[in-house]
Each structure stands twice: as structure tokens, then as C-alpha cells.
Design a binder for this molecule. Structure first.
Ligand code: NIG
Ligand code: FE
Length: 427
């Protein structure tokens, strides 16, 4: 649509002087699609009514002089980054465990000796809803400055109905206080709290009661239900029970699968047609086929393997098998105290051998698919939410070539400029 003043019904903006426009198409993207993103040089993008109204070569742009302009100064324009797996909000920190792991202990052995998730559960139970909001707001502000515009947030540290609800309500509070869109997931079956030792099935009945699940769904406190289905966490049978009940209440299934041991969790993800299966460091051929048949998104979390010092997921194998691969931070105080999607993107490129365009697809179109948002977010397409990031690099290759250097210049959320870097990036 040609932009004219009479048609403006909301924030309108024109992004000019775009050196490289990465026109990511709507997801889910698989196989070669992930690395076949159309690139438009010397481009313009028009935003009307908070959505993308037009994009293309500057020479073909409709006249839109009345619309305020933002110059990309020759940099890249990409879709806003989407982080489809985090454990925000949490309280406390576990740097002691981090150092113990560097010294040779494993995540599982630390968990089995009383550390791990239970430590964070104590801190979260002691915190009020408002404290959880106050502690996690700066985290989201930092994520915004790194180009992240949508974040999935899980409960899972309360491990009792009242504290799980408190965490979900903190997510709702955080959503209202800052520009990033938060997508809430209920992860009541994350770990067995100490008071239920030896009584896992009773715990499952408590955190997956029909009453609690329907309250969560009715109040819109979660869109998804996730279970940590792994050795040291919950069995396939227990996860099935939780996710079936959650689905009946209207919460779509997700799974933490194949991270610490191969117990058949991805087979369950396939059986339940999960929206996504996440982690997958130890996925086998059966799991791969199950995810493909179910159309589930494979969410790879290389920050976790980096942070824990365990072998990475073989993301190339997943891409070659035509699974839509997404990437996420898994931001949590135990296994990935990482807020930065750009850092995850660098690990994926340098260590998982994912090409820059594959990584970009994984953090935009496919991350949107992992949250069931791919019809309106994660792509540069007409009518899609105008969530965009301007980088100060003329090419995407150069962004990936300079790990650790902040290159996000401007962040646009639904057509509004919500972050601008104050310095000129000069070092
Ligand atoms: O995704 N794997 C299970 N849960 C988190 C870790 C949570 C924690 O250690 O606090 C994860 O890695
Ligand atoms: Fe996780």
C-alpha cells in the first residue's frame, strides 16, 4: 500500500538508508529455506499502524515524505529477535555451582547433592511477586538493548501452586512494564521439591490438578505447558500425564527433552504433537523422526551446553533432516546465565557450524513458530508486526564476524523506537 498521511492510524515510520535488508519470510523454515533469505541492498521499509506496510529497494519506494524517517545509516535491518525459551523470572544466583562445574562436577551430580533447581526454588518462594518483577525488569531491559523483542518466560521455580501462580503473575506484571512481549509458559513439573521427596506422582497430581490448570488457562496466565522430562527430573509417563491434562485445559505442550539422558522424551513430544521440543543434545534417530512427523520446532540451546561444558546438540543434523530449528538462551541461574541472543547466535555459528542466515532464521521466523506466533511475527512481511532491529554493520556476515561487540543500533517494537544506542560504537 502506498503510504499517504490520510491512511495513518497508528505509529508510522519509514526506515531509510538500509544497507542490507534481511527479508526473512514467515516461518517455520526448514532445510535450505533457512539459508535462502532474500537480501535487499539499499532498501527502505515503511511501517503503518504498527505493522510492516512496504519494503523493497529504495528506488521503488512509494513517496512517503510525510512519515517520520529513521536512517539505518547503511546498516542492516533484521526482524526483532525472539527468544523462545527462558526461565525468567527467577531470584537468587548459583555462581558457586558454576565454579564447582569448572572444577569437574556435573550438573546432575550437583542437582543430586541438593543443589540445582531446588536452590532457586527457595529464593523464588521467599520473594514476593513484586520482588520478582523488580529483580527481572533490568534483565529484560538488557535483553531489549541486545535486539530481543519477544521472550518466552517459564514458571517452574515455585513448585507449589501458590508460588507457581505468583511466578506467572510476575510475568504478567513484567509484560506490562517494558516493551518486550512476554509469552508465558507453565512449567510446574520442573523439579521435585524437597517436601515431595519419594512422592513424585503425588506432586504431579498437585501441580497438574484440573483445577489449577484451568485457573491458569482461564486467567490467560500461560499459553503453553512445559515439563522437564529427563533423568533426575520427570519420567515420560509423568510428563505425558501433565501435558495431556494441560492440553485438555487449553495449554499447548512443550518439552525439555534429551538434555541429560536419552529417555524417550522426544518420542513423547511427537506423540503429543508438541509445539516444540527443546535442548535435544542427545536426540536419536527415533526422536528426530517423531519431531518431524509432528511438525514440532526443534529449539536448540547452545548457551546451555557452552555454560555446562557438555557436548553441543548437533544442529546441522537437525537442519539436514528438514526440522525447523530455533535457537534460544534458556536464560536461567543454573545452566545458562545468559541473556544475550547475539552471544547464542555466535556460539551457534562458531561451534554448531550454523551459517549466519540459518542462525538468523532460527532466532526470528522459527523462534516465532516455536511460540505459535509465526503468522504475525519473526518475518519481514507485509502486515507483520513491525518489530525490527537496526544493526551498525553493513552486512550480516560482519555482525557474526565480530562476536562480543554490541552492534544493535536501534530497536523498534510495533512501530515505535524503544531503544537507541547512545554512543557511536567507536572503540
Ligand atoms: O533448561 N533443564 C532444566 N531446566 C533448566 C535449568 C534450570 C536450573 O538449573 O535452574 C534448563 O537447563
Ligand atoms: Fe530450559
Amino acid at each position: 500500500m502506498a503510504a499517504s498521511e490520510a491512511t495513518f492510524t497508528g505509529p508510522a515510520l519509514r526506515v531509510t538508508d538500509i544497507g542490507t535488508l534481511a527479508a526473512v519470510p514467515p516461518g517455520p523454515l526448514t532445510g535450505a529455506q533457512m539459508r535462502s533469505i532474500p537480501i535487499i541492498r539499499d532498501a527502505v521499509l515503511l511501517i503503518e499502524n504498527r505493522r510492516i506496510a512496504w519494503f523493497g529497494p529504495a528506488a521503488e519506494a512509494p513517496a512517503a515524505d510525510a512519515i517520520p524517517a529513521l536512517s539505518a545509516a547503511g546498516g542492516c535491518l533484521i526482524p526483532g529477535l525472539i527468544d523462545p525459551h527462558t526461565h525468567i523470572p527467577f531470584a537468587g544466583e548459583r555462581s558457586g555451582e558454576f565454579v564447582r562445574r569448572i572444577g569437574g562436577e556435573s550438573y546432575l551430580s550437583i542437582m543430586q547433592s541438593g543443589g540445582g533447581i531446588r536452590v532457586t526454588t527457595q529464593a523464588v518462594r521467599q520473594a514476593s511477586r513484586d520482588e520478582l518483577v523488580r529483580l527481572n525488569l533490568p534483565r529484560l531491559r538488557r535483553m531489549l538493548s541486545l535486539g530481543t523483542t519477544t521472550v518466552e518466560c517459564k514458571s517452574g521455580y515455585g513448585l507449589a501452586p501458590e508460588h507457581e501462580l505468583k511466578q506467572l503473575r510476575a510475568i504478567r506484571g513484567l509484560d506490562l512494564l517494558q516493551p518486550i512481549d512476554l509469552v508465558p509458559t507453565y512449567l510446574g513439573a520442573h523439579a521435585l521439591p524437597v517436601e515431595f521427596d519419594g512422592r513424585a506422582d503425588e506432586f504431579i497430581d498437585t501441580i497438574a490438578s484440573e483445577q489449577l490448570l484451568s485457573e491458569i488457562a482461564r486467567e490467560g496466565l500461560a499459553r503453553f505447558c512445559d515439563v522437564f522430562c529427563d533423568r533426575g527430573a520427570f519420567t515420560v509417563e509423568q510428563a505425558r500425564r501433565v501435558l495431556q491434562r494441560a492440553a485438555a485445559a487449553g495449554l499447548k505442550p512443550k518439552l525439555h527433552a534429551d538434555e541429560l539422558a536419552q529417555i524417550g522424551a522426544t518420542l513423547l513430544a511427537g506423540e503429543l504433537a508438541a509445539v516444540s521440543a527443546d535442548h535435544l543434545e542427545l536426540i536419536d534417530e527415533g526422536g528426530l523422526a517423531a519431531l518431524k512427523a509432528a511438525g514440532a520446532v526443534a529449539v536448540v540451546l547452545p548457551g546451555t551446553s557452552f555454560f555446562l561444558g557438555i557436548p553441543h546438540c548437533d544442529a546441522r543434523r537437525l537442519i539436514e533432516a528438514d526440522l525447523p530449528v530455533a535457537l534460544a538462551t534458556d536464560c536461567n541461574p543454573g545452566s545458562s546465565m545468559i541473556e544475550s541472543l547475539p552471544l547464542i547466535m555466535n556460539i551457534a555459528a562458531c561451534q554448531l557450524r550454523m551459517l549466519p542466515l540459518e542462525v538468523l532464521s532460527a532466532c526470528t521466523a522459527n523462534a516465532a513458530a516455536a511460540l505459535d506466533l509465526h503468522k504475525r511475527r519473526g518475518a519481514i512481511a507485509r502486515g507483520f508486526d513491525a518489530d525490527l532491529v537496526v544493526l551498525d554493520t553493513p552486512s550480516l556476515e560482519e555482525w557474526f564476524y565480530t562476536p562480543g561487540r554490541p552492534r544493535v543500533q536501534t530497536v523498534i517494537k510495533r512501530g515505535e523506537i524503544v531503544y537507541e544506542r547512545s554512543d557511536d560504537g567507536a572503540a
